[in-house]
Design a protein. Structure first.
Length: 322
């Protein structure tokens, strides 16, 4: 019997090299990100464009690492395609990963996984807490994975790893007797079936604008009680375009940073206007605004701190009217 939660950690590392008993990855009906990298190392790419032929939603497969990667074994868990990925599905992913392992590798001591969904726009904090919530839901039964000692969330991006470690420290306290202790409200609510209201952020995906997003936009949006979504890729194709359209259509508000006059951002603004979604335009340099938005109200900011203050004030109205 397991008398307490396993150690939960965030590691700044590459999943290809990270040593653990089992590495847990999603397979969202195509090869993406970490599963793509690991799949290639393991020689699973027989037809990398084979879609859902590898693993259907709800299925799982445990494969040996064969010393080609740091993990002894890899568990792939089939999920819905990216365009259909939700926070509740990520919570279910966390649950099912532990339940599958309890069947096929119950004495595993150290598991590792990545967080999923952030590169397609999902809120970083919510996806992390949703996956963690699913895991802890199952581990409330002390008979499940009795030998489990540690679960590591592996993140290659150092800045994101630091943010995830801070989120973990703020919201999680290990349960000494899992079946008797409740989870914190942020964890227990993450990935619940009723989706939380979200704000979609349209802005260039550039390294120099990362702090603008994290500190100037993401912070105020979450403080106002919304999930904050932004697609973290520069080129939009296929399912990504469909997901962007869907998340704009259902957003409480679209915040569009027109700094740099990025073509993708202007397209997203046009789509939001066409869907009659409330849109807040922001820009650091008024001279960069194109003619087709110059007649629209635009919040001009001089610094990240200035943006944070102005946006916090602006979002109070949207929080009251949601």
């Amino acid at each position: 019997m397991r008398l307490h939660d396993p150690k939960i950690t965030v590691k700044n590392a590459d999943v290809l090299d990270y040593p653990c008993n089992v590495l847990v990855l999603k397979y969202a009906q195509w090869w993406h990100g970490a599963d793509l990298a690991v799949g290639r190392e393991l020689g699973l790419g027989k037809g990398w464009d084979s879609g859902g032929e590898f693993l259907a939603p709800g299925e799982f497969r445990l494969l040996p690492g064969d010393k080609k990667i740091g993990a002894d074994q890899v568990l792939f868990v089939g999920l819905a395609p990216l365009k259909k990925l939700t926070y509740s599905l990520l919570r279910e992913f966390g649950k099912s990963a532990i339940l599958h392992l309890n069947k096929v590798a119950p004495q595993s001591r150290h598991l590792a996984m990545t967080i999923h969904g952030v590169n397609i726009g999902m809120d970083e904090r919510e996806v992390f807490l949703a996956q963690l919530a699913g895991i802890l839901d199952v581990l409330s039964d002390p008979q499940i994975m009795t030998g489990l000692e540690e679960i590591s969330f592996v993140e290659k991006n150092a800045a994101r790893a630091k943010r995830l470690a801070e989120i973990l420290a703020e919201n999680y306290k290990p349960r000494i007797s899992p079946q008797l202790n409740e989870l914190s409200r942020p964890i227990s609510d993450a990935g619940c079936s009723q989706e939380k209201p979200h704000i979609f952020v349209a802005m260039p995906f550039l390294e120099e604008m990362e702090d603008t997003f994290i500190f100037g936009i993401h912070g105020p949006v979450q403080e106002a009680g919304f999930l904050c979504e932004r697609v973290d890729i520069a080129v939009f194709t296929g399912d990504i375009v469909e997901r962007i359209k869907s998340r704009i259509e259902t957003a409480q508000l679209v915040i569009a940073d027109l700094t740099g006059a990025n073509a993708n951002v202007y397209l997203e603004v046009g789509y939001a206007w066409g869907c009659k979604v409330n849109t807040l335009l922001i820009c650091k340099n008024v001279d960069e605004l194109k003619f087709d938005v110059k007649g629209q109200r635009c919040l001009i900011y001089s610094s990240i701190n200035d943006l944070k203050k102005k946006l916090s004030s602006e979002l109070k109205f949207h929080a009251r009217t949601r």
